[in-house]
Design a binder for this molecule. Structure first.
Ligand SMILES: [Zn+2]
Length: 62
């Protein structure tokens, strides 16, 4: 995914910066502990699509 695009994207809930988890192809919000999927290079920023990170899972990505 384009790094410039990542800079433009914010969490739809808290408007905070997201982390890019390349391995999982997800954008994660460490505040809300949500992971937004990236499908075909296009991140889905819908809360309905997001995966809740379980407490034992580290928030991965940069
Ligand atoms: Zn958030």
């Amino acid at each position: 995914m384009d790094k410039r695009l990542l800079d433009l994207l914010v969490c739809p809930l808290c408007k905070g910066k997201l982390r890019y988890n390349q391995a999982a192809q997800e954008l994660t919000c460490p505040v809300d502990r949500l992971a937004f999927p990236i499908r075909d290079q296009i991140p889905s920023m819908l809360v309905e699509d997001a995966r809740e990170l379980p407490p034992e899972e580290e928030v991965e990505g940069v």
